[in-house]
Design a protein around this ligand. Structure first.
Ligand code: MSP
Length: 654
């Protein structure tokens, strides 16, 4: 018989900065579901990937002096390495720069155009030229650009639009007909209200930047990044290619897991696009909450408060991090991430409850029976509660997982673990061990504990995939006793199982010492660093950690020269960049510099600056930049160019 399929996806992540623990959250949750479904016997397709186009990435790459593709390649490799570290079992990884995806998106765009679902129109609004942004009347601040405060002008631009407005009624009907389509329930009401306020057509092409998928029949337009991104869920299965077998097999998706802020894209734009293409709709979109910091702010790199998942995994192990993410926060709600809460979970749940249960059980099996329990066992009514709780556990987990309630599933597992620890206290095996006549009873107690651990280890596997096999090895369970079916059956551990005491699963952590060490790892604000240096009476600041010292021969490789700015203008495609024309004493050269947020062109023309004259040229947003000018980070979000007015252009700086 053909296996039932199950298709689950994560959002595709923007590789615009390093992955943080917030990104890991959804991926770990999806992985737990994929593994659980595989355990249940489903043929699972688990997809994740990266969303690589768009102006933000184009600008970031320009600022870094590399091409957008070079820029994303590096970050995507880091994402992939992180998923490997976190033991993520995705079946596929899609990059929106992959050739097959690009082709399929072009095909989809054309199909929608041919059907009249996409039409060419005009984008109108107040336009800020340096910022390259359109604003509505109400968005303006005192009639000026809300971002930079400069004058705006009324402008029109040719663009393609998707007839989203036609789908308002069908979307509302969908939410009614398929009550499970948007979960949790509260998010559904937000979407209904959004639609009821009026749904306009959606602008689905851009001409203001080039880092995107060109509309093949009108290539000065690139496809809107959300249209490009959302289609990944079908292009990854081969939709729009020569081989649509996987698309036929796995689509529609059983569930798209997404963060709450992107539910709108997945429950309005995405189903409307599929309706326009006459394709089946996903069965469910689940909007999970955010991982917040103690002060209630969303974790983000720009706020300088990212907790690096790689560092956390190195310190506590992958499974401890997975456990915390899935246990601490009910899926769907926001939750707070603190190092204290993480350590406390590790100590109480993993080291104390689970770790101790295993180590006490295996140590006693070794001590009293040399690792093999006698087949003769004496039952007692005291055993019944533990046995019935353990055999009912699979049903409880199944139910929680059906509603994507990881935290509930884990609480149920821990209820059994705690019951087993209590069972040790009640049966007092150490007392039984002193009485030769109680050997059969002692064997039963230890067998029951091993059986509980066997069942627990099977159901824990999707959540803690590294730890489960370690438990299974220590209790000597053979593969046939570790199936999904065996998780609901008592007595599957053979009497002959060889029980061994292995390494501690989760060592206890000294909380105070650990918090101190973690604090030392946090990047310091510049004021903190200055204060510490002053307190330590340091006259010479030490090289910051991670910055290698260099010899004079290295420094002399850099050619620093005074240059005069003869002209300066904003860059059309990047609001942070200024294009400078320089007289470097020998000739004219062009440099692009990311200083537009701090300087207006008229502030710079005529001034002299320090130029790195022998830097390899780089293309930044279409400009060949022939060098770099020096500037200082002068406090939080402030940059000051080093001016050397009065020194002739071309003077060497040593
Ligand atoms: N590229 C789009 C998604 C396109 S899907 C067709 C995107 N990318 S993102 O990188 O900004 O975010 C990806 C996911 O990470 C989102 O679901 C977002 O909610 C999630 N998270 C980012 N920070 C998070 C937390 N601090 N906590 C939980 N999830 C968060 O949006």
């Amino acid at each position: 018989m053909e296996k039932k399929t199950f298709y689950i996806t994560t959002p595709i992540y923007y590789p615009s900065g390093q992955a943080h623990i917030g990104h890991s959250y959804c991926t770990v949750a999806s992985d737990a579901i994929a593994r659980y479904k595989r355990l249940q016997g489903y043929d699972v397709m688990f997809l994740t990937g990266t969303d690589e186009h768009g102006q933000k990435i184009e600008i970031k790459a320009a600022e870094a002096g590399v091409t957008p593709k070079e820029y994303v390649d590096k970050i995507v490799a880091d994402f992939q390495a992180l998923w490997k570290l976190l033991n993520i079992s995705n079946d596929r990884f899609i990059r929106t720069t992959d050739g097959y995806h690009v082709k399929a998106v072009q095909k989809i765009f054309r199909a929608l155009y041919d059907k009249g679902e996409i039409y060419k129109g005009k984008y109108e609004g107040w336009y800020c030229t340096p910022c390259e942004s359109f604003w509505t009347e109400t968005q303006l601040k005192d009639g000026k650009c809300p971002d930079c405060g400069r004058e705006v002008k009324w402008a029109e631009e040719e663009a393609y639009f998707f007839r989203l407005s036609h789908y308002a009624d069908r979307l509302l009907q969908l939410y009614e007909d398929q009550p499970e389509f948007i979960q949790p329930e509260s998010r559904k009401n937000e979407m209904i209200n959004f639609i009821k306020q009026g749904l306009g057509d959606l602008c689905v092409s851009r001409t203001s930047f080039t880092w995107g998928i060109p509309v093949d029949f009108d290539p000065k337009h690139v496809v809107y990044v959300w249209l490009d991104a959302l289609t990944n869920y079908i292009t990854a299965l081969g939709y729009g290619s020569d081989n649509e077998a996987d698309y036929q097999k796995y689509w529609p998706a059983d569930v798209h897991f997404v963060g709450k802020e992107i539910v709108r894209f997945h429950t309005i734009i995405w189903p409307a696009m599929l309706m326009a293409l006459d394709l089946p709709l996903p069965k469910q979109v689940y909007g999970h909450g955010w991982l917040l910091f103690g002060d209630g702010t969303k974790m983000s790199k720009s706020k300088g408060n990212v907790v690096d998942p790689v560092v956390l995994c190195q310190r506590y192990g992958v499974d401890a991090i997975r456990y915390f993410l899935l246990r601490e926060i009910p899926f769907g709600s926001d939750g707070v991430f603190t190092n204290e809460a993480l350590i406390s979970r590790i100590n109480s749940d993993l080291a104390n409850d689970l770790g101790n249960l295993l180590s006490r059980t295996t140590a006693m099996a070794q001590k009293y029976f040399g690792g093999t329990l006698p087949a003769e066992r004496e039952a007692d009514p005291l055993d019944e509660e533990l046995i019935s709780l353990a055999t009912a556990l699979r049903g409880k987990c199944d139910e929680a997982i059906r509603g994507y309630q990881f935290s509930t599933a884990l609480s149920e597992i821990w209820r059994v673990v705690s019951r087993a620890n209590k069972y040790i206290d009640e049966t007092m095996p150490w007392a039984l061990g002193k009485d030769e006549s109680k050997r059969a009873r002692l064997a039963a107690v230890l067998y029951n504990l091993c059986e509980t651990l066997r069942i627990v280890s099977i159901l824990l596997c999707p959540f803690l995939p590294n730890t489960s096999p370690r438990i299974q090895r220590q209790i000597g369970a053979p593969a046939e006793a570790l199936t999904y079916e065996a998780a609901a059956q008592w007595g599957r551990l053979p009497a002959s199982a060889a029980i061994t005491k292995g390494e501690t699963l989760f060592p206890r952590i000294d909380v105070d010492k650990e918090i101190e060490e973690l604090n030392a790892l946090l990047p310091k604000t510049s004021q903190e660093a200055e204060k510490e240096a002053a307190q330590a009476g340091k006259s010479q600041p030490a090289a910051p950690e991670g910055v290698a010292q260099i010899g004079i021969e290295d420094f002399s490789k850099v050619e620093l020269r005074v240059a005069k700015i003869t002209a300066c203008e904003p860059v059309k495609r990047a609001k942070k960049l200024l294009k400078l024309t320089l007289d470097d004493g020998e000739g004219v050269r062009t440099v692009a510099s990311g200083i537009a947020p701090w300087y207006r062109p008229e502030d710079l023309t005529g001034r002299s600056i320090v130029l790195v004259a022998n830097l390899k040229p780089a293309k930044l947003c279409g400009i060949e930049s022939q060098g770099m000018i020096l500037a200082a980070d002068a406090g939080e979000n402030d940059v000051k160019v080093l001016f050397v007015d009065g020194i002739p252009a071309g003077s060497r700086i040593h």
